[in-house]
Design a protein. Structure first.
Length: 560
């Protein structure tokens, strides 16, 4: 019997080759978030990819915060990122690092460049630097300050650090090639002046390294072997390599990292941009970075997604070299598939109308047997209270039904799930003609939903006993974005869906659901999977939000 050949993605193939050729003796990867917002579903792919590679090769995984821009960074984001990554099942062990811990080493690396004649202090304004930079078709022009002496550059750079100059008055630039076809190599800025207090370093620094310079130095200091990043950094790779190569002799790095780019995860019709989410939060459109209509990891967790469902989603997306978009329905498929055997199936009536069984004994409450999940016997069974007055879904009754409508209507017999056969006999309406009460009779011999005489009914509806029902708020979510119009307008505004949140305040649920704790998830029969909202629920008063409906438009590809 032939051994099964396991397909290797292109990153694994690169690592295999590096290890075979002795370029590295082991593997060390990292996830380097900037603490300026909450992580989203796209970050989950990068996190799980980097962590998965480290585990696969028996290597090390580092969590490192790229906290080099104090203007946008907050401790709240540092803490949220750690919570989210840990929730995803990632264990960085003792390998938690901060770029700001390397500020002195980065500064020394910058001085080393100046001494080699590879960096200079430039007095051009930000606007002038852009003008001198050139275009994709035209080379740039050299700064008039490009040929300052090493001594002058060192003096000015040290005075920048000492706080002698105002913000924006001077920068340190790498001295590379103003005619390079890669604009990123046209003497990029590597340090700027910013008199800002840093969340970890306080007022120790008034100059801060730019990301394109700091990031490769951080990787090299930590001994990262494979710097796995998304495709937008492909054009930055020459600068990444240059920064390490030109400072290596002075800094004595433990390794020379290799940058490898992969396709970013784009999810259709969702908001992932941090500045857009910040605006949604500031404008009160959502109730925070963890609003269940967002796709931040915190929002997905609050909505009821599981780490396993996100891991499966990332696995289905695969690792590619070219960008593409993934349908949101694929993410919904993964949580639906994960919960179908895990979640107890309970009855909840979201849009209730009263059903009265006229021939049922007054005041009687009996308890009927029901499986918690008919597809998973390990979840056991429960007793459901049944009484003369019930609630059913308003949509399960029609006074004048169309053909092939098999639920309740005058004269029709249906099955009450796990209970009895009932036949509609009469209705009551209010002054506006709305049905307020449905009257019916039941067959006592059909207990458990089966008739002893063998007659069949085509309709089965769920219900909740009125005397014991637990009244709760349930929230139904739609896409935050108007899918027909797309996410963004030309002016940068968002096309928001005004119906993205529907609050059902008077829903009736099985009484056992009153004990639901935060993040407890259930399948509400025919209504979808619902989760006890961790932010809104109180002890004994859970608020439920719909995780996902029961219907799927996504089909699993063959072989998965």
């Amino acid at each position: 019997m032939e051994k099964e050949v396991v397909s290797r993605n292109f990153i694994e193939q690169y690592i295999d080759q590096d290890l075979k050729e002795g370029v590295y003796t082991g593997v060390c990867t990292r996830f380097p978030p900037e603490p300026n917002g909450y992580l989203h579903i796209g970050h989950a792919k990068s996190i799980l990819l980097n962590y998965g590679l480290a585990k696969e090769y028996g290597g090390q995984f580092n969590l490192r915060f790229d906290d080099t821009n104090p203007a946008k960074e907050e401790t709240e984001f540092v803490e949220s990122i750690q919570r989210d990554i840990e929730w995803l099942g990632v264990d960085w062990k003792e390998h938690l690092y901060f770029a700001s811990d390397y500020f002195e080493q980065m500064y020394q690396a910058a001085e080393a460049l100046i001494k080699k004649g590879k960096a200079y202090v430039c007095d051009l304004s930000a606007e002038e630097i852009r003008e001198y930079r050139g275009t994709l078709k035209e080379p740039g022009k050299e700064s008039p300050y490009r040929n300052r002496s090493v001594e002058e550059n060192l003096d000015l750079f040290r005075r920048m650090r000492a706080g002698e100059f105002e913000d924006g008055s001077r920068v340190l630039r790498a001295k590379i090639d103003m005619a390079s076809p890669n604009i990123n190599m046209r003497d990029p800025v590597i340090y700027r002046i910013a008199h800002l207090s840093h969340q970890r370093q306080g007022d120790a620094w008034c100059i801060y390294p730019m990301y394109d310079f700091a990031h490769p130095i951080e990787d090299a200091i930590e001994g990262i072997t494979h710097s796995i990043c998304t495709l937008e950094f492909e054009d930055h790779r020459p600068l990444y390599d240059w920064s390490i190569r030109e400072t290596a002799d002075d800094m004595h790095y433990p390794s020379t990292p290799r940058q490898i780019e992969f396709a970013k995860l784009y999810l259709t019709n969702v908001v992932t941009g941090k500045r857009y989410i910040k605006k949604l939060v500031a404008d009160g459109v959502v109730d925070g970075w963890d609003d269940p209509r967002l796709v931040t990891i915190a929002a997905l967790k609050r909505r009821g997604y599981t780490p396993e469902s996100i891991q499966r989603f990332v696995e289905l997306c695969g690792v590619a070299k070219a960008n593409s978009s993934v349908d949101y329905a694929q993410l919904e498929f993964c949580i639906r598939d994960d919960l179908k055997l895990k979640a107890p199936r309970m009855m909840a009536v979201l849009d209730p109308v009263k059903l009265v069984i006229d021939n049922y004994p007054d005041g009687q409450v009996e308890y009927l047997d029901a499986p918690n999940n008919k597809d998973n016997e390990a979840l056991g069974s429960r007793k459901i209270p049944f009484a003369k007055e019930l609630y059913i879904e308003r949509e399960d009754f029609m006074e004048n039904p169309p053909r092939k409508y098999f639920r309740m209507y005058p004269g029709n017999e249906v099955r009450l799930m796990y209970a009895y056969f009932v036949k509609c006999t009469d209705i009551e309406k209010d002054a506006d003609g709305n049905v307020t009460v449905i009257h019916c009779t039941y067959d006592p011999a059909s207990r458990g939903g089966e008739s002893p005489d063998g007659r069949k009914v085509k309709g089965t509806i769920h219900w909740v006993a009125a005397p014991t029902a637990f009244e709760a708020e349930c929230r139904l979510y739609e896409n935050l974005i108007d899918e027909e119009k797309g996410v963004y307008n030309e002016d940068g505004s968002m096309n928001l869906n005004p119906d993205s949140l529907k609050i059902m305040e008077h829903c009736y649920l099985e009484p056992a659901l009153a004990d639901a704790k935060a993040y407890d998830t259930y399948q509400f029969v025919r209504n979808g999977f619902f989760n006890a909202d961790a932010k809104l629920s109180e002890p004994g008063r859970p608020v439920f939000g719909r995780v996902v409906s029961l219907k799927s438009s996504f089909k699993l590809p063959k072989g998965n």
